[in-house]
Each structure stands twice: as structure tokens, then as C-alpha cells.
Design a protein around this ligand. Structure first.
Ligand code: FES
Length: 156
């Protein structure tokens, strides 16, 4: 199980300075690029460190305790895109091999079951049996220490 921490207790590093107000993302595209603190998440969990994901690659992560659905995260430089690991076609996990979520060039997220292809930036399915649907985006924030935070119930 992944490391858990509570930002209400100061999060990693225990920062105590006033936090900026975070902009609201559209509901469908909840990703907030490279914000520097998990402020605004009332109950967050640390997913990993950004450096745990090689640039241009993806990794899978377990969901919250008791959940059977995990998450996937794709790193692009200083940004990370996180989704619930469930194909909108029939609700199965996207990968058949650990951390194999991307096509060969690393341009798209691919479902290994029937080949649906999803944009990394917003999870929109551009081809396959669920074309026009989207992966469920998970709000992800990166703090000053490089820790990636997601809502505690993401994937529940
Ligand atoms: S289960 Fe993903 S494309 Fe069919």
C-alpha cells in the first residue's frame, strides 16, 4: 500500500506558511498542472514522488484501501496526469502488464483489452469501442517537495 500522509498535519515537510488560493479546474478536466502544494484538497493522499515516474512514462498505483480500482499516472516533464484505471468501455483495468499504459511512442494511453486510445492530456477516447467517452480524471497536485497528491478517495 502506498505511503499516506495528511496535508492537514502539514503534509511532507510540514509547511506552515499561508497557502495561495488555487484556481478551479473544469469538472471534466480536473488536473491542475504543477501546483506546488496540496492546498485545497481537504483529504489527500500522497501517490508518489514525481521522480518515481520516468519522464514520458506511466505508472499504475493501487486505489484507496479496500478499493479494487487503481489509478494510473503519466508524467510529462513537471506535469502529471492521473486517471482512474478503468476503461469506459467495460470498466476493466487498462493494462495487462504492470505500468504498460502507453502506446509505443508514448503519445496515447491505450486499453490493452480492445485497443481504445485516450489522449494523455484529458483522457478523451479518440478511437476504439468507447470513442467519445473519457477516462475519469483525478485531480493531482505536486508540492514543493515533488510529492504528487491526489484526493484520498480517488479510485474508490
Ligand atoms: S475494455 Fe477497454 S477498449 Fe474494451
Amino acid at each position: 500500500m502506498g505511503r499516506r500522509a495528511s496535508p492537514s498535519k502539514g503534509g511532507p515537510g510540514g509547511a506552515t506558511s499561508p497557502l495561495p488560493t488555487l484556481p478551479q479546474a473544469p469538472a471534466r478536466l480536473a488536473f491542475q498542472p504543477c501546483l506546488r502544494h496540496p492546498a485545497g484538497m481537504s483529504d489527500a493522499r500522497a501517490l508518489c514522488r514525481l521522480d518515481d515516474i520516468p519522464d514520458g512514462k506511466a505508472r499504475g498505483f493501487p486505489g484507496p484501501e479496500g478499493s479494487f480500482i487503481g489509478l494510473l499516472a503519466v508524467r510529462r516533464g513537471a506535469r502529471v496526469f492521473v486517471y482512474v484505471n478503468s476503461c469506459p468501455h467495460v470498466g476493466v483495468a487498462l493494462e495487462m502488464m504492470p505500468d504498460r499504459f502507453l502506446d509505443g511512442p508514448g503519445r496515447m494511453i491505450v486499453c490493452a483489452v480492445h485497443g481504445a486510445r485516450f489522449r494523455i492530456e484529458d483522457g478523451f477516447c479518440v478511437s476504439g469501442p468507447c470513442a467519445g467517452d473519457s477516462l475519469e480524471a483525478v485531480e493531482a497536485r505536486i508540492d514543493a517537495d515533488g510529492t504528487v497528491w491526489v484526493p484520498a478517495d480517488a479510485g474508490a
